[in-house]
Design a protein around this ligand. Sequence first.
Ligand SMILES: [Zn+2]
Length: 108
Amino acid sequence: MDNNYLVLILIAIAIAIVVQMILNYLSSRRSITESLSERPRIRVKVTCVNGDFNYEREFIEGDFVGKIEGKCDKCGGLLIISAIYAEKPLTPIKRSEEHLKHRSKISQ
Ligand SMILES: [Zn+2]
């Protein structure tokens, strides 16, 4: 009789541990996908030293502010990385706001 109780308790503990492991696994998976979708993109702003040309691109490993990118197509001056910044991905709501702002700018 005492032995049966012990077995039941052990089974209950085993089930509790398995359930806990499944919950941990599910929550860790969710946090990984959330962190992936919220990971900010790193953008690099490249500017001509004469200020007549600039563009933005994705960050590439080894980029730093002041790095010479090449020569300006317009004036032959140096293109230099002037800024590196993290861009938070826009949420759907913000994106639609941005869209509206853009539309109102066109209509003005
Ligand atoms: Zn230039």
